[in-house]
Design a protein around this ligand. Sequence first.
Ligand code: HPA
Ligand code: ZN
Length: 329
Amino acid sequence: MSYDWLNALPKVELHLHLEGSLEPELMFELAQRNNIDLPFQTVDQVRKAYEFSKLQDFLDIYYQGANVLVVEQDFYDLVWAYLEKCHQQNVVHVEPFFDPQTHTDRGISFEVIINGITQALKDGELKWGISSELIMCFLRHDSEEAAFAVLAQAEPFLDQIVGVGLDSSERGHPPEKFSRVFAKARELGLLTVAHAGEEGPAEYIWTAINDLKVSRIDHGVRAIDDAKLMNHLVATKIPLTVCPLSNTKLCVFDDMSEHNILQMLEEGVCVTVNSDDPAYFGGYMTENFVALAQDLAMSKEQAKKLVRNSIEASFADAARKQKILALLD
Ligand code: HPA
Ligand code: ZN
């Protein structure tokens, strides 16, 4: 069966960690450029290491990979490679995450990171018309104090950031650990999102909504365990940025045939499709949609509804949303 129509479909990506788009080939190139030792000899060895049984297995390797990013050009090259993929797959609007603490903790300046990223995003819009909004994530395994420190570093660059998010190890780090720093971010005019209900319980989705006042939930697949929460998501239209291949790679679901995204879609939740960390999880946007077509018999109508949800859930302005909707219909 050909799934070319899924590649051709104009798409919007709302849950993508730029550091998670670092392909092994670029990892080696940057390691060489920056004289950094990798614990791998070949690209094949790297790919073989990508066997995960839980989120933390992945995070350990993901943070190690990010060590090759040192100068502004490295961040530029990382983002550029992702945008090339977006162009090939007809992804027309993106709202990527970056994890500044992963880099500032190694002595890289915030300015180097954000300048490399935003220059590539600007060039991608000029060359391919891919619009974007950038989201800065706090590492939830780290302290509230560390999150406040990175927010202070971001202040001179707020015109380049639409919002803040929350990622890394979920269990044992509930959203409310960051209530005060998210309140400060909102005071600064930033929107908020948070990873919740990936490995953590539905309760974390409630506290992300009530304490962090998020506009969207990243992942959120555990919402299905709580009927009251499902009703709340349907009534309020709070979107979930779901990542099918990520969820099977990290054993959130044992098999794609058990994924609940289409069930939630049919129940009226604003679910969207995203790739999360495509270099680590075996695919970008098209591959995620193809997985749903193959293993869950997703229909064309469902695929279009998922994209329509992404457009509505995005932080693009009304004019841009209209343009993307027109591409879809
Ligand atoms: N979950 C939590 N933290 C992350 C992820 C994820 O899927 N990807 C990168 N950081
Ligand atoms: Zn994520």
